[in-house]
Design a protein around this ligand. Structure first.
Ligand SMILES: *Cc1c(COP(=O)(O)O)cnc(C)c1O
Length: 368
């Protein structure tokens, strides 16, 4: 068996050790004689799996006691609706657009209730480079009565990231920040207490698709309107330990293995160092290519996870994708909405994979 270097944006590469463990346990988990996929979610074995996963996630992110952790379904996209359904209750919310995903979240919230665009960094007329920076505080038009302020802390398509909590928009203490962290959760230590709600689809940096993590501050529970489906009501899900209906058991199990793997790597402080090193290697290859490769994002918000770049022509980009696949790489084609190339360097991508990509890029550029 030979595994290739998988730079897909998601579903994305997973740690090989995790996949091997899952393979070894697929038919017989811990000598029980059945696999996790085949077990009742209410039985003692799966209860142990989900409780251990939550404990490890809490430890990794140092999640304060006054936050609840939910293991839900429907992807980050369903959270675009669930967040306003749980928090708006007739009020208005503020959205900041820094890329395609925060823009989508804003549009979707508008179907539920009042969602203001409090700021956008979208440059008009150049769709390919439409989002390349974070907004300055003085560009934001914040509603002091907003139910919450929504941000996407890593824009998977445009490669724009809030690299730490100091970069977040300043909001009054009574306005919770809600963050879509789908594509960089667990990539570095996060200051969870700066957020009211954190949500993330699992298939980028956590595990298989189908699982969505939601981390919600306790005081934000219980504000859902009476007509909100119980499955989407955070308070009901908290009361039912994420098991109002059958949860996505295998994805939760696999995410739990990834949490153990992250702890074994040295935790998020160590993971962050490795992620810095990987991204620095790739950005250097782009910036030192005499303009052959170009990434337009401002340096203070260049994503460490998703790095889009362009070549001199779309023909060369198509050839780059073709040649990279022949050379043993996968998933480098940019998102269809922006074109170009994109390399996703999630936690499970080793430094050696990035080094191999950079070598390939140098040889490709030399051929012109
Ligand atoms: C992938 C992604 C989504 C959509 O996730 P689904 O699980 O497909 O709903 C939303 N936001 C961000 C930032 C993403 O990267």
């Amino acid at each position: 068996m030979s595994r290739i270097w998988n730079f897909s944006a998601g579903p994305a590469t997973l740690p090989e050790a995790v996949l091997q463990q899952a393979q070894a346990e697929l038919l017989d988990w811990h000598g029980v004689g059945a696999g996790i996929m085949e077990m009742s979610h209410r039985g003692k074995y799966f209860t142990e799996v989900i409780q251990t996963a939550e404990a490890d996630l809490r430890e990794l992110l140092a999640i304060p006691q006054n936050y609840k952790v939910l293991f839900l379904q429907g992807g980050a996209t369903l959270q675009f609706s669930a967040v306003p359904m749980n928090l708006l209750n007739g009020r208005s919310a503020d959205y900041v657009a820094t890329g395609a995903w925060s823009k989508k979240a804003h549009q979707e919230a508008g179907r539920i209730g009042k969602a203001r665009l409090a700021g956008s960094t979208e440059a008009q007329g150049q769709p390919a480079d439409g989002f390349i920076r974070l907004p300055r505080q003085d560009e934001l038009n914040l509603d002091p009565q907003a139910a919450y302020l929504h941000v996407c802390t890593n824009e998977t398509i445009h490669g724009v990231e809030f690299l730490d909590e100091a970069h977040l928009p300043q909001t009054p203490a009574n306005i919770p920040v809600v963050a879509d962290m789908s594509s960089h959760i667990l990539s570095r230590p996060m200051e969870v207490s700066r957020y009211g709600i954190i949500y993330a689809g699992a298939q980028k940096n956590v595990g298989p698709s189908g699982l969505t993590l939601v981390i919600v501050r306790e005081d934000l529970l219980g504000h859902a309107g009476a007509n909100v489906p119980r499955l989407l009501d955070y308070k009901v899900q908290v009361e039912n330990d994420s098991m109002l209906n059958t949860p996505t058991t295998f994805s939760i199990y696999l995410a739990g293995l990834v949490f153990k793997w992250l702890k074994a790597q040295g935790g998020l402080a160590r993971i962050a160092e490795i992620n810095q090193e990987k991204a620095a290697l790739l950005y250097a290859a782009i910036d030192n290519s005499q303009g052959f490769y170009q990434n337009p994002v401002a340096s203070e918000c260049r994503s460490l996870m998703n790095i889009p770049f362009r070549l001199p022509s779309v023909e060369q980009e198509a050839e780059f994708v073709r040649a990279s696949e022949a050379a043993g790489f996968m998933g480098l084609k940019g998102h269809k909405s922006v074109g170009g190339i994109r390399a996703s360097l999630y936690n499970a991508m080793p430094l050696a994979g990035v080094a191999a990509l950079v070598k390939f890029m140098r040889e490709f550029a030399a051929k012109g």
